[in-house]
Design a protein around this ligand. Structure first.
Ligand code: COA
Length: 158
């Protein structure tokens, strides 16, 4: 059975909030925050990656005019390193292109090696550094951007 990516539904929120707690123990999004994000659709666009309806990961975008922002991307620690992060990023890029965006922006902690490896792999480049953004650790935030050249072209041809 292979994993599929589909739109986030309210029925997914408790599983998503539990994985969020596991992955971001210091500042997890609460269930209430997730309900608020769902209420922001279609500007906010979230998906889950599931295998036999078991949650493997989730990701989302803020579709803001000609550029989109990655709001979150996360994969169950038990399922990391298996290509699910890649699949979620590819989905976000084609979704942003279909919405008419020509670039995607995101923010990542400088010490988040796995996420930086994923974004590097998908062609993101550093456009700004926010010194000491993450407190109390004092870790910098890196603002990364990638253009949606090919995807945007495909989107327009459709
Ligand atoms: C970042 C994250 C989503 C990656 O998901 P994943 O499913 O493990 O990623 P994939 O298996 O698709 O890996 C794709 C690429 O990402 C990079 N990558 C993934 N894990 C990595 C690690 N631990 N160290 C360095 N690079 C890594 C590699 O380039 C990898 O390609 P490769 O396997 O051919 O080397 C996952 O580690 C995660 O959920 N982290 C916690 C939440 C988080 O930090 N989200 C990002 C917030 S900005």
């Amino acid at each position: 059975m292979s994993a599929v990516t589909r739109p986030l539904r309210w029925q997914d929120l408790s599983a998503v909030a539990s994985l969020e707690q596991l992955l971001h123990p210091d500042d997890p999004w609460s269930v209430a925050t997730w309900w608020a994000e769902l209420a922001e659709r279609p500007r906010r666009d979230y998906v889950v990656r599931v295998e036999s309806e078991q949650l493997v990961g989730y990701a989302g975008l803020d579709l803001a005019g000609d550029s989109a922002d990655v709001m979150t991307v996360a994969v169950d620690p038990q399922r990391q390193g298996q290509g699910h992060g890649d699949a979620l990023m590819e989905h976000l890029h084609s979704r942003a292109a279909r919405a008419g965006c020509d670039s995607v922006l995101l923010e990542v902690r400088e010490d988040n090696r796995a996420a930086r490896g994923l974004y590097d792999r998908h062609g993101y480049v550093l456009v700004h550094r926010r010194r000491g953004y993450y407190q109390p650790s004092g870790v910098d935030a890196l603002v990364l951007r990638r253009s949606l050249g090919a995807e945007a072209q495909e989107g327009h041809d459709v």
